[in-house]
Design a protein around this ligand. Structure first.
Ligand SMILES: Cc1cc2nc3c(=O)[nH]c(=O)nc-3n(C[C@H](O)[C@H](O)[C@H](O)COP(=O)(O)OP(=O)(O)OC[C@H]3O[C@@H](n4cnc5c(N)ncnc54)[C@H](O)[C@@H]3O)c2cc1C
Length: 303
């Protein structure tokens, strides 16, 4: 089957693109292994238009049904390889091989998790004891005790960011030492951020708190933010030789075109503010660019 576009990734970015592309009367397929960040959001309260909040799962389901209504097709599978062909791309997944004139990479990132059993992690995430996105939900921890697990520039920035919500912030190193400059240490101390040295030995969940066990004792928090970095899912782009940043984010122009002709990228996999609204905005730009770039060959898609 030959598609106008193969969208790889069915999170907010991929699904926004699918809605736009289907409504441009293009033939689009979304290949998705449903291991993204959006579906793990217990409740987003900063996404415009949902004053009472909406779970990530429900938002994604609504977008899937919207894309389906306009003719987008779906394949639940992991894409293993993306190759160039004379007419576009060959997309090889665990279940099928498909061909498409263009491809949009919307594969997102994966957060590095703190060392705790999967079931405990998922319960903590659902209850708001583990949080990954201060921009999204820092508001929810206003005036509460917050632990940030991390160190270095990333941990430093996250702890400082959260300090604007609450006076009770601790920066906890995962290992037995911090990696902070003198200046960073001075800034943290000046703002009353506690510097706690690990190693983090264990976590425990309680009715209204999470405790983190470190050599100094079991410390109790309303929420813990792991600031341990991410793995960018840009391997498919890299395999085609697309330019990526040092951290692995796919480089794009202002129309979301990568450096590989016919390959576009949007959402967290691209450098930017890792937010649903940003992913959607980038995807709408990418979809319109795909439509316009394809129209150079055939301005009347339906003929
Ligand atoms: C706990 C948590 C809470 C958050 N809360 C908010 C919030 O309140 N507000 C907000 O704006 N943002 C929030 N975010 C950030 C938000 O989730 C992301 O910015 C957003 O999901 C990015 O969308 P995306 O489509 O780029 O990536 P994702 O949502 O991660 O989707 C990527 C999709 O690609 C698929 N995929 C990847 N590789 C492949 C492959 N090889 N083959 C097939 N499929 C593949 C994945 O399975 C996934 O379905 C939160 C993130 C987390 C982790």
């Amino acid at each position: 089957m030959f598609y106008d576009c193969a969208v790889i990734g069915g999170g907010p970015a991929g699904l926004t693109a699918a809605i736009y592309l289907a409504r441009f009367h293009l033939k689009v397929i979304v290949l998705d292994d449903r291991r993204g960040r959006a579906v793990t959001i217990p409740m987003t309260r900063n996404h415009a238009g949902y004053p009472d909040g909406i779970s990530g799962w429900e938002l994604v389901e609504r977008m899937r049904s919207q894309a389906t209504r306009y003719g987008a097709e779906f394949l639940s599978t992991e894409v293993l390889a993306l190759e160039k062909s004379t007419d576009g791309f060959v997309v090889s997944s665990k279940s099928q091989v498909i061909e498409a004139k263009t491809a949009l990479l919307a594969t997102g990132v994966i957060n590095h998790r703190p060392p705790m059993p999967v079931h405990m992690h998922d319960e903590a995430l659902a209850k708001g004891f583990i949080r990954y996105c201060p921009v999204c939900d820092g508001f929810e921890v206003t005036d509460q005790a917050v632990g940030v697990i991390g160190t270095g520039e990333h941990g430093f920035r996250e702890a400082l960011f959260l300090r604007s919500y609450t006076t009770d912030v601790s920066l906890i190193s995962l290992d037995d030492r911090h990696n902070l400059s003198e200046n960073q240490t001075e800034v943290l101390m000046r703002h009353g951020i506690k510097i706690v040295t690990g190693p983090v030995k264990a976590f425990a969940l309680h009715a209204d708190s999470i405790t983190v066990e470190v050599p100094a004792g079991a410390l109790s928090y309303s929420a813990v933010y792991p600031a341990l970095g991410t793995e960018v899912r840009s391997g498919l782009a890299r395999s085609l030789g697309a330019d990526c940043s040092e951290e692995g984010c796919v480089e794009v122009d202002r129309h979301q075109r990568t450096t590989v002709s016919g390959l576009y990228a949007a959402g967290d996999v691209v450098q930017g503010l890792d937010q649903i609204s940003h992913a959607m905005g980038q995807a709408s730009v990418a979809a319109t660019a795909i439509r316009n770039d394809l129209s150079v060959q055939n301005p009347l898609f339906r003929s």
